[in-house]
Design a protein around this ligand. Structure first.
Ligand SMILES: *Cc1c(COP(=O)(O)O)cnc(C)c1O
Length: 399
């Protein structure tokens, strides 16, 4: 089969919700993937921050194989071993006391929204339901998480949006404070905005949000769906800033490639979820949580975070060198292996040219090339990408 043959069928039978690149990927190992024609690519997308351990990490694959032969699914009407084990690990390594499992990032945020409302209404009465999030944020595509997402382009055509959400400019504490009313129950932010263009916040800003939440008795929710699980060089991005949230959502990298979502909370807040108040049939399923246990263990025990930090320093240095050579590069920024290179023009052609050269990269917010490779990426692999990028930048006719 060729890429073209498969893509023809794909275009006939799939909902066209993605603008897909013209390759069919069939195999992966570490930082490499192969298409149906056998062409090899170095992967700097990693399933958009899902494959943090690389493709088909042996420990994750083994855990899935073993669990698949034992027990695939039972209802949450019963206790599930790997689910308990994964929750224990998450609690041990984070600010949180309790975990609710679901299947995706957007679902984790839905649970966070519901929990924040329930907690606030349990404690402060029925008028507290409003959540303030940021412009340029991304929290998911289901209607609650979509309403929380501060980007009009995602709302278009799906109005009316669910009420009870408002958005303020990022890195602006005064705007946040001014937006808080009697109805506010929570502030929801990504500690680093990923889809919005790899936007970092100052420690002062995140600390300021924590203070505002403490003063006004609001729930601070961090969406770590993309930046959690070691992506930034620490297990969770909030650790860089010393600002623990009350609720945190995760998903992408949590189970090494298997669908999963999790909403973590302090006990005081988590207590507002009682039997019957929220549920997910597949949430915390034996298969996905067994994969999660293997992935989290490997992330903590196998030097993944250290490699992420080392490779990050090398990557940022090499990108800074490129920036010195090309005036159309506006900015290089990032933390760990969540790295953005902002151009003064659209970046999608750079992505296509890199694909032809055998490199998967991604562009977000139109002008920001985003690099989110597996956290096991080596300096040599980074150098290969830098060379390809250099070629693309010097041959591209920037008209
Ligand atoms: C990807 C993402 C989501 C949505 O996750 P899905 O699994 O696609 O529903 C939510 N928040 C952030 C920060 C994300 O990057």
């Amino acid at each position: 089969m060729t890429n073209e043959e498969v893509i023809k069928v794909s275009n006939e039978v799939l909902a066209q919700t993605y603008g897909r690149f013209p390759v069919v990927l069939v195999k992966g190992k570490g930082c490499r993937v192969w298409d149906v024609e056998g062409k090899e690519y170095l992967d700097f997308v990693a399933g958009i921050g899902v494959c943090n351990l690389g493709h088909c990490h042996p420990k994750v694959v083994q855990a899935i194989r073993e669990q698949a032969g034992k027990l695939l699914h039972v209802s949450n009407l019963y206790h599930i071993g790997p689910q308990i084990e994964l929750a224990q690990l998450l609690v041990k390594h984070s600010f949180a006391d309790r975990v609710f499992f679901c299947n995706s990032g957007t679902e984790a945020n839905e649970a966070a929204i519901k929990l924040a409302r329930k907690y606030s209404q349990d404690h402060y009465g029925p008028g507290r339901y409003e959540i303030i999030s940021l412009l340029k944020s991304f929290h998911g595509r289901t209607l609650g998480a979509l309403a929380a997402t501060g980007q009009e382009k995602f709302h278009k055509g799906f109005e009316p949006m669910m009420t009870g959400f408002k958005y303020v400019p990022r890195e602006d504490l005064a705007a946040m404070e001014a937006a808080i009313t009697e109805a506010t129950c929570a502030i929801l932010v990504e500690p680093i905005q990923a889809e919005g263009g790899v936007n970092l916040f100052s420690e002062n800003y995140l600390k300021g949000l924590r203070q505002l939440c403490d003063q006004k008795k609001l729930v601070l929710i961090f969406d770590e769906v993309q930046v959690g699980m070691g992506r930034t060089g620490k297990l969770f991005a909030y650790e860089h800033y010393g600002v623990p949230p009350d609720i945190m959502t995760m998903a992408k990298g949590l189970a090494g490639g298997v669908p999963i979502g999790a909403t973590l909370a302090k006990d005081e807040v988590a207590k507002s979820f009682t039997p019957g108040s929220h549920a997910a049939t597949f949430g915390g399923n034996p298969l996905s949580t067994a994969a999660g246990v293997a992935a989290l263990r490997a992330t903590i025990e196998d030097g993944i975070l250290e490699n992420c930090q080392r490779s990050s320093a090398h990557f940022l240095k090499r990108l800074e060198e490129l920036k010195k050579k090309h005036s159309f590069i506006r900015d290089v920024r990032g933390k760990g292996l969540m790295i953005g290179l902002e151009l003064d023009r659209e970046g999608k052609n750079v992505v296509t040219d890199c694909l032809k050269k055998g490199f998967l990269i991604n562009c977000t917010d139109e002008t920001v090339l985003r690099f989110i490779p597996p956290l096991i990426v080596t300096p040599e692999e980074i150098d290969r990408l830098i060379m390809a990028l250099g070629e693309v930048f010097s041959t591209w006719s920037w008209s």
